[in-house]
Design a protein around this ligand. Structure first.
Ligand code: URA
Length: 290
């Protein structure tokens, strides 16, 4: 048993400086951390016999200063889908996502898992990149400013948010050093680690159309790295299902140009046409020059 936590803390600080915010620990490491913690608190070190205690030490107890220590979850890296209804099947995925080792083991994603929202039997499936500050807080995709913009778009189409299935490629908010409300795009590794979920979600939901919101979601689903401007404007396919790429709602929030809004809206008009939804003259004319 090391006598000082200094080398460990300095190592963790180096990792943190490089942007890593989580580390996985096994049971032995967790016990050692607990010893350090107890000493720092001035309490009695835990007895060695505790090694055999099956109850895991809580995260709070093993938390190092400014370093988040992730509980070592069972090594689950194969998804299983269980349940009879689409909702039960999605719930079975949601439960596995909580402890998804390939994502958690990266050490670059935050702890709170945000899965999906809406109707698992919806005709329209919308896919974004990853939860942000607001989504993490409310445990639901697209509930912040980008989410409000998405709700506006759906409302203009005559569709309620609850009638759609809304998900993200990455199920955890990407972490950053000294993170407050700021968000970052997920890395390719983070997306690859979570891809099995969206693959299964599409198989379960079987939507009539998938809308990829922004380049990150489109790159993950279509395995390419073209600009949104090149991918939007026509239908692609994912698992044999028509997929429309369009701008991320946050792009529209930051780019108020009517021409960009019109491009996104034209993608939505195409989606409505594909689904056989009625399109009024008023809807056809949104964001056209007067
Ligand atoms: N942006 C995304 O891509 N997904 C969310 O859930 C929120 C913002």
């Amino acid at each position: 048993m090391p006598t000082s936590a200094e080398p460990l803390v300095s190592y963790l600080r180096q990792l943190e400086a490089k942007g890593q915010t989580h580390v996985s620990v096994d049971d032995d490491a967790r016990l050692i951390l607990r010893e350090f913690y107890m000493r720092a608190k001035g309490g009695q070190p835990a007895a060695v016999e505790q090694k055999t205690v099956s109850q895991p030490v809580s995260k709070e107890e093993t938390k190092l200063p400014e370093a988040v220590v992730e509980s070592a979850a069972p090594a689950e890296s194969a998804l299983t889908v269980s349940g009879g209804t689409a909702r039960e099947k999605i719930d079975s995925l949601r439960q596995q996502a909580e402890k998804w080792k390939p994502a958690r083991g990266l050490g670059s994603l935050r702890q709170t898992m945000v899965f999906s929202t809406g109707d698992p039997e919806a005709d329209i499936m919308l896919v974004g990149e990853a939860p942000g500050f607001d989504e993490e807080r409310l445990h639901e995709p697209f509930v912040g400013k980008a989410g409000q913009k998405l709700d506006d778009i759906l409302r203009a189409m005559g569709v309620g948010r609850k009638q759609c299935y809304i998900s993200n490629i990455v199920k955890f908010r990407p972490a950053m050093p000294n993170q407050t409300t700021n968000n970052r795009k997920p890395t390719k590794e983070e997306m690859a680690a979570c891809m099995p979920f969206i693959e299964q979600e599409v198989k379960i939901v079987q939507p009539k159309v998938i809308i990829a919101l922004g380049g990150t979601a489109a790159h993950a689903l279509l395995d390419c790295d073209l600009a949104v401007a090149r991918m939007r404007g026509s239908f692609h396919e994912y698992q044999g299902i028509p997929l429309r790429v369009t701008y991320h709602p946050s792009y529209i929030l930051h780019n108020e140009a009517t021409s960009e809004k019109r491009k996104l809206w034209e993608d939505m008009l195409e989606v409505m046409g594909l689904l056989g939804m009625p399109v009024s003259d008023k809807q056809k004319s949104y964001f056209l020059p007067k």
